[in-house]
Design a protein around this ligand. Structure first.
Ligand SMILES: [Zn+2]
Ligand SMILES: [Zn+2]
Length: 294
């Protein structure tokens, strides 16, 4: 493990321990996510991908038109490492998580015996091939969300490395006032308030965090303050759920200014499922994509 990995691994462990202490109901789930995030971090440290190049000419068009830097299909995926990670996660899940335990060995079996082809699986995920996932999952006898979750978890280190390399092309002076990721164009999974109340979004695909403006809906770009509101619970003032009356979607927000513990955004996303339940009971729809719906 290099120094950077040690720092990140330590941060993950501390953040998870702090959330478990606050919300014991999440203990079992977080045990699994802890090994998942640590395994992803380890793979990430070993990856070598040639950075994606963007010419000055193309870059100026993208900046002017507010286009993301790449399309999701342009991500470079380290296939061998992603398959190894996917299999490792299946093995970890089989020991740690009841819901995933049944599907995990079927996925590994599919990969080992040709029923599931890794490069097709990954490229369909990049292209949001819903039909492919439905069909492949049916053939394996598992839920398509579970298949998407494992495929995504396997390629996540490649996505995050590409995103980090591409971030050097972004103009950091100007907030990106769009509800899609400036790197890959995907929707946000989480909203984060930091420092003086600046808002940023966490990309649901590449994990890039972009600073944005305060009041608007990332899903339909509604900027009418009268049609945007939020709710929160008295016991958890550091979280809230932002709701758009226009498209009836919601996004969870973590207010790091009110937190005295280390924050690792991906952990906040998975340890706030009770907020999703409340929002969905209110008839609201999550903007979260299939691969994060586990
Ligand atoms: Zn992204
Ligand atoms: Zn909306």
């Amino acid at each position: 493990m290099n120094e950077q990995e040690t720092v990140t691994a330590d941060r993950i462990k501390k953040a998870i321990a702090a959330v478990k202490a606050e919300r014991p109901a999440y203990e079992a789930l977080l045990d699994f996510y802890e090994v998942l995030f640590l395994a992803q971090e380890q793979t990430r440290g070993q990856l070598q991908l040639e950075p994606i190049q963007i010419s000055n000419e193309l870059l100026s068009v993208k900046q002017k038109e507010k286009f993301p830097l790449i399309n999701r299909g342009d991500f470079k995926i380290a296939i061998k490492e992603s398959v190894a990670l996917l299999k490792k996660l299946c093995q970890l899940a089989a020991e740690a998580n009841e819901v995933l335990a049944e599907a995990a060995p079927k996925i590994v079996h599919g990969l080992d015996h040709g029923a599931l082809e890794a490069s097709a699986l990954f490229s369909e995920l990049l292209g949001e091939g819903q039909e492919y996932f439905d069909k492949a999952a049916q053939e394996l006898g598992i839920d398509s969300k579970v298949l998407a979750f494992f495929a995504y978890s396997g390629i996540r280190p490649s996505l995050s490395l590409c995103a980090e390399q591409l971030a050097t092309y972004l103009d950091k002076e100007t907030p990106w006032d769009k509800g899609y990721c400036p790197i890959c164009g995907s929707a946000p999974a989480l909203s984060i308030l930091r420092g003086e109340g600046e808002r940023s979004f966490l990309c649901s695909f590449c994990g890039h965090e972009w600073q944005t403006i305060r009041m608007y809906c990332p899903f339909c770009d509604n900027r009418d303050h009268n049609k945007l509101h939020y709710f929160f619970s008295e016991e958890e003032k550091d979280y809230r759920v932002d709701v758009c009356d226009e498209c009836k979607k919601y996004i969870k927000t973590v207010d790091t200014r009110k937190m005295k513990r280390p924050v690792y955004p991906s952990i906040e996303q998975v340890s706030t499922l009770h907020l999703d339940m409340i929002a969905q009971q209110k008839g609201l729809e999550s903007g979260i994509p299939i691969w994060l719906q586990m």
